[in-house]
Write a protein that binds this ligand. Sequence first.
Ligand SMILES: [Zn+2]
Length: 338
Amino acid sequence: MSKPKHFVGLDIGGSTIKSVIIDPTGKQVGGIVEVKSLVKNGFEATFGQLDIAISELCENAGITVEDIGGIGLDVPAPSSNGVIWGRANLGQDWVGTDICTKLRERTGIPVTMTNDCNAAAVGEYAIRNKHLGGLLLVAPGTGLGGGFVLPGGHLYEGANGLALEVGHISVPFREDDGSLPNCTCGLTGCMEAWVSLVALRRRLRIELGKPEWEFHDLNSAAGTIEEKAFQLRTLAENGDALAISLFKQQGHILGYGIADLVRVFDPGLIVLGGGLAEAKFRDQFLDWVKEGFNDRAWSVYRHSPIEPEKSTTDFEWAEGGDAAASIGMAYTARELFA
Ligand SMILES: [Zn+2]
């Protein structure tokens, strides 16, 4: 008789690959194993790194590769049925390749794949092991990603694996001159063009050109707008009025967009991920998100009409940090292949 199967989650990023292994009951065995990512060198080079991670995970768990029942893989790119569709922050040979099949042929283990935000959403669900309802993850970072887990823990990916591009819903906000900001996706007026690091850079450049910020330290400081935008979080933590106004606007618009998403999905729980989950002023940021949400969400999405003291949409910060995506993929592999 063969041993009960373990499941591996592999989170492929631009600079590192983070991996975990869970036992047949879903419990993580050992810590996170990190190896260097070689994505730019192509998928074959990356597979070599995955081999290293997998053998270390097996060693930590006291099992052999034959005891792995499935692998879950996530990539920072839109994908469907194991194939990356494009706009990949990866080497070009990844796009259009059936990564799942190639890795299954190499390892002899069944493989599933999704994008990093979907993986993080499942990870946040798995970490909250008593949570039974839905979960919508919204994660502002360089861009603005999202993922939705159905009640019971099943990831919703849409018919083509392309659902939950939450950053690219349109929001009714305009620049002072009435224009809609350009989004990295080619459209204009997307939420991501207001709520992301990319948006923060644009907004900072505009604000620094205004008379009211003429004598702001960032105007006289050396450095590119990218470097200055990186300082905004620290400035906001120290009470800087310009930095606070920029994050306040991002929080409001994010809350406004979440209200529309809640009207569609009624998830019950919103988890905010991305770098701000580690910011010292995150409680204040969450207050701004809730202000924006309250402006736009009907009262039924805030309080139960039957039990008014019961909230219908809760907000929490992500808890899984860097490990959420790999945990989510191990969990997904177990759900699919156990
Ligand atoms: Zn867009």
